[in-house]
Ligand binder design. Structure first.
Ligand code: G3H
Ligand code: 13P
Ligand code: NA
Ligand code: ZN
Length: 328
């Protein structure tokens, strides 16, 4: 059944677990996520980005998710819109049947320009008014994703600040977070702690200086009843990087957010953990490996099935590590 983000995260807070929110763009991702959830008895958050809507078309994404609900009726599913750039964008997703939306007012409508605190409060509060009138949940974001080493936001395309950010933007302030939640009424709050979107998050395994789990603890202490969201939370599995590079790919040395650090965050109020890149890496590695080993094969189902297997394994691992398993 479709449920709202608030319903799910309230349950997650009560039972102290976290929920991975996987981005979905195609059939294979959808099946991988659902098969993993079914196997581990986990509730699901699937999210569609603007890029996903552009790639697959909003109606296809919507029906992909509804098809999943039809095939696995016993699995609770949140249909979430990732990184909405305006109240109007969020309103359209609500009309399409999404049960949750993110209003990311930390960046302007271009998804690149950092905004003022007042702007962020204004667009987020307006979105909450519209959404709550329809029983839809809202995730807001305070602070900008980006590297504490370089101040860079990460991904070139998609959602991410342009230019160099300073530490006051890269680490969400606990006092400001408390005021933001009070003024907007958001159901969940995405915070900045040094992560960024994409594969290139850290040039070496992160330490307390580059990934601030300490900041999560400070924010949670200040607003213990607010569900926190970690974006840019792919772990960038070294084994998939090795497979991609072994079979003709070229991905430079890079590190993601270790699963054990996310688990520490979950002990301190993190309830939603956004993961996209890990499934992309597994998918690409699986295809490269299959193509190299089966040069005469040309049925796309053969290699696409390998992507489902690879992505499903990652989903299962995250459901188990975050304590989502057994909570459907
Ligand atoms: O927001 C970041 C997600 O990884 C979505 O990326 O805009 O390329 O679909 P995308
Ligand atoms: P990753 O790029 O780390 O998978 O983050 C995804 C994300 O935050 C989507 O909103
Ligand atoms: Na989101
Ligand atoms: Zn994100």
């Amino acid at each position: 059944a479709l449920i709202s983000l608030r319903q799910l995260l309230d349950h997650a807070a009560e039972y102290s677990y976290g929920v991975p929110a996987f981005n979905v763009n195609n059939l294979e991702q959808m099946r991988a996520i659902m098969e993993a959830a079914d196997k581990t008895d986990s509730p699901v958050i699937v999210q569609a980005s603007a890029g996903a809507r552009k790639y697959a078309g909003a109606p296809f994404l919507r029906h992909l998710i509804l098809a999943a609900v039809e095939e696995w009726p016993h699995v609770p599913v949140v249909m979430h819109q990732d990184h909405g750039t305006s109240p109007a964008v969020c309103q359209r997703s609500i009309q399409l049947g999404f049960s949750s939306v993110m209003m990311d007012g930390s960046l302007g409508e271009d998804g690149k320009t950092p905004t003022s605190y007042e702007y962020n409060v204004d667009v987020t509060r307006r979105t909450v008014e519209i959404a709550h009138a329809c029983g839809i949940s809202v995730e807001g974001e305070l602070g900008c994703l980006g590297s504490l080493e370089t101040g860079m936001a990460g991904e070139e395309d998609g959602i991410g600040a342009e230019g160099v950010l300073d530490h006051t933007q890269l680490l969400t302030d606990p006092e400001e977070a408390a005021d933001f939640v009070k003024q907007t009424g958001v159901d969940a709050l995405a915070i900045a702690i040094g992560t960024s979107h994409g594969a290139y998050k850290f040039t070496k395994p992160p330490t307390g200086d580059t990934l601030s789990i300490q900041r999560i603890k400070e924010i949670h202490k200040r607003i213990p009843d607010t569900h926190l969201v970690m974006h840019g939370s792919s772990s960038v599995p070294q084994e998939w990087l090795a497979i991609i590079n072994e079979y003709g790919g070229q991905i430079n040395e890079t590190y993601g957010v270790p699963v054990e650090e996310i688990v520490e965050g979950i002990k301190h109020g993190v309830r939603k953990v956004n993961i996209d890149t890990d499934l992309r890496l597994a998918s690409t590695g699986a295809i490269r490996q299959f193509m190299a080993k089966n040069p005469s094969e040309f049925d796309p189902r053969k290699y696409l099935a390998k992507t489902v297997d690879a992505m499903r394994d990652i989903c299962i691992a995250r459901y188990e590590a975050f304590g989502t398993a057994g909570n459907a």
